[in-house]
Design a protein around this ligand. Structure first.
Ligand code: SF4
Length: 353
């Protein structure tokens, strides 16, 4: 069998490719790019049909972070011209979420800058989760608050949060080059804590940090080990005022290959195109829908995303459909797994869990 037939065959059976096969997806010539997209597209359609899940990001707290992640415009000493503010009130966050839900989003991602939440912060976010859930019973709420301490994931789960996002970002070997104030192991630990508390784990990467193909393959295989339900793929936006401001090294073709590789390694996970979609995929964004089954609608954390309406038009024009709240995103075998984890976690489950 040739490489792409092998990868499709494995993807349909949830068998991981070898490292060499994953590396070959990244390294192939532009001549076969559409063949790669078509092959990964078959795997995507097998597990997720032509549905596109829309997510909406609400930034609860912005800037003012003591950590030094070199890709981040909110890092300590960042000179990037971003909004800085401390904790939206639950009511304000619910109002912000309503805009995304009206646009068709079915998941709200509540994001706060910082190393990790204090217990008081968790109380605040728990209240926000409850407020959003009271108004929109069907919405999925994901929290993204940084490194978690013991017991915090359980409290978020008890408040009704469905998921927790914490990205690995890059390979273990390269991690020290992008951040010195916390470790790769700290990040792995938080993803495990979220999993163990019965939250659906969301963990992904950032491409374009100056990493090698080996680093990309390493981080995606590490993610597969952790088994997150969703894998956001960010493409670095090199913000002025951050150490990576000059790292413009992604092309639309490269982004498609990265998304295809992630799809082959994590065939049945929700692969989400996150930051940098417009800047780096540009006019090839519709092709990326054949690989990823999930995108953010509208604005991102500290950068302008495409207008929500343009995203909806692109989805329809490319022959895809927005996934409604009546559809379960994940394939059945994964949904069962989440349910088992929740039962095992022994948390005080919210009624809509
Ligand atoms: S990624 Fe998070 S922890 Fe790192 S600097 Fe940005 S806000 Fe702080």
């Amino acid at each position: 069998m040739d490489l792409l037939s092998t990868l499709v065959d494995k993807g349909l059976r949830r068998v991981p490719p070898t490292r060499e096969e994953a590396l070959a997806v990244l390294a192939g010539p532009d001549d076969d790019l559409l063949d790669v997209v078509a092959a990964a597209g078959r795997v995507r359609r097998h597990w997720f049909g032509r549905r596109v899940k829309l997510n909406y990001l609400v930034s609860l707290k912005s800037g003012l972070c003591p950590e030094d992640c070199s890709y981040c415009s909110q890092r300590l000493g960042s000179k990037a011209g971003i909004l800085k503010y401390s904790w939206l009130k639950p009511e304000e966050a619910a109002e912000a979420a309503a805009a995304g839900l009206a646009g068709g989003a079915k998941r709200v991602c509540l994001v706060a800058s910082g190393r990790g939440p204090t217990d008081r912060d968790v109380d605040r976010v728990a209240e926000t989760v409850r407020t959003i859930k009271e108004r929109n019973g069907d919405v999925e709420v994901c929290a993204c608050l940084g490194l978690l301490s013991d017991g915090q994931a359980e409290r978020l789960r008890a408040a009704g949060a469905d998921a927790y996002n914490h990205n690995l970002n890059t390979s273990e070997a390269a991690y020290g080059d992008i951040t010195t104030t916390h470790t790769y192991a700290d990040r792995v630990d938080t993803v495990r804590k979220a999993h163990a508390a019965g939250l659906s784990a969301c963990s992904g990467l950032i491409a374009g940090l100056g990493e090698t193909d080996e680093d990309l393959v390493d981080v995606v295989f590490a993610l597969r080990e952790l088994d997150p339900d969703s894998v956001p793929v960010n493409f670095l936006i090199p913000f002025e005022g951050t150490p990576l401001a000059e790292e413009w090294n992604l092309t639309p073709q490269r982004c498609l290959r990265i998304l295809a590789m992630v799809r082959f390694v994590c065939p049945d996970a929700e692969v989400r195109i996150a930051g940098g979609r417009e800047v780096h995929l540009r006019t090839l964004q519709p092709l990326a829908l054949h690989l990823a089954n999930s995108i953010f609608l509208g604005d991102y954390l500290t950068s302008e995303g495409g207008a929500g309406r343009a995203d909806l038009e692109m989805i329809a024009d490319a022959g895809f459909e927005v996934e409604g709240t009546d559809r379960v995103t994940l394939p059945e075998h994964r949904t069962d797994l989440v349910a088992v984890r929740r039962r095992g976690a022994g948390t005080d489950l919210a009624p809509n869990a």
